[in-house]
Design a protein around this ligand. Sequence first.
Ligand code: PMP
Length: 426
Amino acid sequence: TDDMLARRERLLGPAYRLFYDEPLHLVRGEGTWLFDAAGRRYLDMYNNVPHVGHCHPRVVEAICTQAGMLNTHTRYLHDNILECAERLTGKLPSEVDTAMFCCTGSEANELALRIARTTTGRKGIIVVDYAYHGNTQAIYEITTSDIPAEEVPGYVVTVPAPDTYRGRYRGDDAGALYAAHVHEAIALLRSRGFEPAAFVIDTIASSCGVVAPPPGYLAEVAAIVRAAGALFIADEVQPGFGRTGRHFWGFEADGLVPDIVTMGKPMGNGHPVSAVVARRELVDAFGNKGDYFNTFGGNPVSCAAALAVLDVIEEQGLQQNALDVGEHIRAGLQQLAKAHRCIGDIRGTGLFLALELVSDREQRVPDGALARSVINDLRDRGVLTGVIGPDRNILKLRPPMVISVADADFMLERLDESLQSISRHT
Ligand code: PMP
């Protein structure tokens, strides 16, 4: 490992970060389990990209078969891209009916911004605080979790993340109160000489700490931005493909119809494929101004991977599994909270859960140091997870969708042991 660390530093430079005080060297994956070079196994409670399980044989076979037959691009006719577009639009409201393909979530969001700016003729973007949307220049500008405040351009303004645990509004009316901040954001943009083109949100606000928006928030925001002539972009890169259990997409929790939906990560189970699905008139207006070509986006192999993922989700009933096992984990975490005072909040839905660790439950004081110790200790006990949120005190539980109740119990037992051995507060 020391040799690999030195080579990484020399060959890749300092921008690449590793997880854990003692980095892992993984060599194989199967279902919810990962295996290191020494043959030790770890339960993967972190990775949502291998959505239907690491190295799912159906997806591997679909990729291999198509790669052995033909892989070209979107300038030739091919069934896979059409079937993929049909299947994806079939999962979305009928108004959101036209698909375009890319390779990463960043690229999909980048294209969504271009469509929004081209079709509205405006530049202003509204995002929530501490949002993550990707790594290209235009998307970095709206990735408020990464960009230093002084680098945020005038045409990007933020609204508070609709956090009902730590944020300023915590009651039943939180949805409407948080949404009202969008009026201020529009006014701020205008005072700087910009009109709003779009509001962009990760509908489970993952980087903010898995802050599922309170009821009514998304629908109210959509109404406000539309009245101002702007578009609503749902970034479904994290919550999409059934992860929240009750719905296939995060925005569905609030019953609104977005103008543009972006998706990626789980879509190819690790194969890089992403998409933008939008209202027809937006794609028409965009396409009439110029053409769109993406060398790899929408290629037959990528689409074969995406089709296999959709098949497996349906055939294995994985959205229902997300709901069932998610509820089981939630109930287990609630039990643990009785014994461990450091558990300040348990939130999330389906298989997108978060555990907020605090040093004082009443005052809700974030305990980032404890969270860091817990994830390192859990790693040593054979469970992989990570921390998120502005205070780095929130454990993210976001396993592959094939997780079983037995796996979940393994995680809950290890977490109990870990909190017992580490926490200063039990
Ligand atoms: N949107 C959200 C909500 C994300 O979490 C991410 C990745 N973490 C992205 C977009 C960017 O996706 P990618 O890394 O595939 O570019």
